[in-house]
Design a protein around this ligand. Sequence first.
Ligand code: HEC
Length: 202
Amino acid sequence: MGVTNELFPNKRANPPGNCLFNGTPEDHTNFDAAGMQITSDTVGFTVFMRFLAPPAPSNVGIPGNPAPQSIQNGKSLFSQVHCDLCHTASLQTASSGFTSALDNQSAALYSDLLVHNMGSGLSDRVAQGAAGASEFRSAPLWGVGQRIFFLHDGRATPQNGGLLAAIQAHTSPGSEANGVVFLFNILSESQKQDLLNFLRSL
Ligand code: HEC
């Protein structure tokens, strides 16, 4: 968004002198304020997000109203074809500096939170830190049934196949997921549907 802050105190490019009307960083700790006003907006956002509850899985409202058995099959197939190599069903939180209620909780996020090479097809030609253009963090799949735009640039949409398009976009030269998508593709049509129903229940 271009708002400078305590981690990124400088504008990206040197703006022409006549365009810089304010001091930087634009968002900062307000030492002369009181209470909650002291924190910078960035810290405020972080605290807000840290305390958001995880999305609740639900079998309700899934297109086609699938039987619970289909969702259960989909769950087994998800690990049978090894989607869970990257989308780890659940991880344990560490101890929290904020509240003991967040200590050692299991979080069903469906991600290993690691960066993987996803192949030339998904590459966006943007390198970030040590991650190359085709490397992305496994998207947590919790709440995926309540979203309609998938992948880092939202390229998988209801218009082009949604979740199915997102899965197929995992495969292209160089992708670590090629073998897994191969196994997905040789499932029967009803097994694929089960797996999609499972994703929609998350
Ligand atoms: C090699 C690791 C890897 C494997 C294996 C893998 N994924 Fe992914 N998945 C990713 C990464 C990385 C992303 C994020 C890509 C991006 O942001 O463009 C992702 C994104 C997704 C998304 C989009 C989520 C969103 O909110 O945008 C879905 C759905 C998904 N994966 C489902 C699956 C399914 C189903 C399988 C098994 C058939 C699978 N994945 C196997 C790494 C993997």
